[in-house]
Each structure stands twice: as structure tokens, then as C-alpha cells.
Write a protein that binds this ligand. Structure first.
Ligand code: ADP
Length: 274
């Protein structure tokens, strides 16, 4: 990112008020253009990603029409049609989540959010997948932790981490969700014993639509948006997300958020909120 602070100092020394204003406007314009570029990029990415499942659905529907006198084939293709439409539904949900996130003003996201509840929702969300693979999801660590922010977005972030851990793990393994209150921060670590991430890919996994070698887990059908959502949630809430991983052994994703206390009510919010 370009450092805009340098010219600001130089000009401010010459004519403090006028040039500061002009530079502030320029800075604003640059930011606007950058936001616009990110948006255009996003729309292009989304359009591209939507084409695959939509194309598959159309093809499968046509195949079913042609196979109407073969009930077994119809059943088989209908099953695949359902898988593709589920994939499309996931993608649309995540795109909506991400665009909602981009429009969220962090200063507006000021609910007190209980981490116990967030973790419970995340475990529930992945229950179907973890049960199917007989993966046990263990929750341990500190309870009664709170952060301030948007409950839906924080839940979405933690749910994405837990779902990924289950997704990229072998059957019968264990996923641990470890919560910890550390001074002014809350840490939520999701530890798996799954396939891990190659060292040379690890820097890219938080990019939108980035997937590590899609061929190695084609059948799992993700879309590469989950971690970019986690990263945005962390950033807009003044937190951070880190990953540690060894290929073939497992991964740990740690989401860190500034902690709050449930009684710590900002002055502009009525005090009848628990
Ligand atoms: P998706 O899971 O939909 O592909 P994500 O943005 O959630 O997209 O993740 C990006 C990529 O990072 C995944 O495609 C996968 O290769 C890798 N990844 C994410 N979480 C894990 C994990 N717990 N273990 C191994 N690889 C992971």
C-alpha cells in the first residue's frame, strides 16, 4: 500500500491549512478508487465463480429431461443436481455475508457478544458434517468471555473455522475449539489433525476465492470465501487471525478479538441492556 503520509508532512509545512485539505481530499479520492477497484474485482470474481455451478445445473437439468424414460438415471442426475444447487446456495450465502461485511461500519457493530454462544453455534453448524465423518468436536478452555461487535459476523467467522477444520480432516479424528481470555483479548483457537496446508500456500489462503490445489479436495466443494470472511471479521473488529499448519499433520487457526465485559456498556447505549 502506498504511504500517503509523506507528502502530507512536506506540504503541511509550506501552507498548513490549504494543502492539508487538498491532500486530505486526494487521499480520500485514492481510497475511494481503491475501494471501487476492490468492488469491481469482487464482482468479476463472483460472476466467474457463479458460472460453474449454474452451468452444471443447466447441463444436469437437460440430461434429466433427455433421460426421462430411465428412472435410475433420473435419480442419479437429480442427486447431482441437488449437490450442485447446495454448492450454489453456499456460494450465494457467503457472497451475501461478505458484501454485508464490506458495508458494515465497525463503529456500528457494538453488541456485547458471548463467546460461549458463538462457539455453540459454530459446533452446531458443523454437527451434520462432523457426525457424518465421526469427527469429535471438543470445546475447552475459558468460559464467560465476551467481545464487542456484530454477533452474526463473529458467529460466521468462528463457524467457518470449525467447518473448515471438519472439512479438511480425516474421519474419526478430533477437532478442538480452545477459548482463552488473555488480558485485553479473547483467543479462539480451532485445532485440527487434518490434511494441513503446504508452507508455500499459507500466505494466500485468506485471499478471496483462493483454494489450495483444488484437485486435492475436489469432492469437498468449497469456494475459497470462508477464510476471507474470517479475515474481514477480524480486521473490522480490531482483531486478527493467524494460522499454523504442518502438511499432513494438521492446522491451528487462532482468531483474536479485543475482549469486553458484559457490564461494560458504552455511554450512548441505554443501560437497560444486560
Ligand atoms: P474453502 O474451504 O471454501 O475452499 P476457505 O477460504 O475457507 O475456502 O479456505 C481456503 C483454502 O484454505 C481451502 O481451499 C483449503 O485448501 C485451505 N484450508 C482452510 N482451512 C483449512 C484447514 N483447517 N486444513 C487444511 N486446509 C485448510
Amino acid at each position: 500500500e502506498r504511504d500517503l503520509s509523506a507528502p502530507l508532512t512536506v506540504h503541511a509545512r509550506v501552507a498548513p491549512l490549504g494543502s492539508k485539505l487538498v491532500l486530505a481530499m486526494l487521499e480520500d479520492r485514492t481510497r475511494e478508487r481503491r475501494v471501487e477497484a476492490v468492488r469491481r474485482d469482487f464482482v468479476a470474481n463472483v460472476s466467474h465463480e457463479l458460472k460453474t455451478p449454474v452451468g452444471a445445473i443447466k447441463l444436469l437439468a437437460e440430461t434429466i429431461e433427455d433421460a426421462s424414460d430411465d428412472p435410475e438415471a433420473v435419480r442419479r442426475f437429480a442427486g447431482r443436481l441437488r449437490v450442485e444447487s447446495d454448492r450454489l446456495t453456499d456460494l450465494v450465502h457467503q457472497v451475501i455475508e461478505l458484501s454485508r461485511l464490506q458495508d458494515t461500519d465497525p463503529s456500528e457493530a457494538q453488541d456485547v457478544v458471548g463467546i460461549d454462544e458463538v462457539v455453540r453455534i459454530a459446533v452446531d453448524t458443523s454437527a451434520l458434517a462432523s457426525t457424518a465423518k465421526q469427527i469429535s468436536v471438543v470445546v475447552r478452555g475459558d468460559t464467560g468471555l465476551f467481545v464487542r461487535g456484530n454477533p452474526q459476523l463473529i458467529s460466521a467467522a468462528v463457524s467457518n473455522l470449525v467447518s473448515n477444520a471438519v472439512h479438511y480432516s480425516e474421519p474419526h479424528s478430533t477437532v478442538v475449539v480452545q477459548t482463552r481470555g488473555q488480558g485485553q483479548t479473547v483467543e479462539i483457537a480451532v485445532v485440527d489433525q487434518g490434511i494441513g496446508i503446504p508452507a508455500d500456500e499459507i500466505d494466500r489462503i485468506f485471499e478471496r476465492f483462493y483454494r489450495v490445489d483444488p484437485a486435492r479436495h475436489r469432492s469437498t466443494g468449497g469456494n475459497g470465501l470462508g477464510l476471507s470472511i474470517v479475515k474481514h471479521v477480524a480486521a473490522t473488529h480490531g482483531g486478527d487471525v493467524k494460522v499454523w499448519s504442518v502438511e499432513g499433520q494438521g492446522s491451528t487457526f487462532t482468531l483474536t478479538l479485543p475482549s469486553t465485559s458484559p457490564t461494560d456498556i458504552p455511554s450512548d447505549i441505554p443501560s437497560d441492556i444486560p
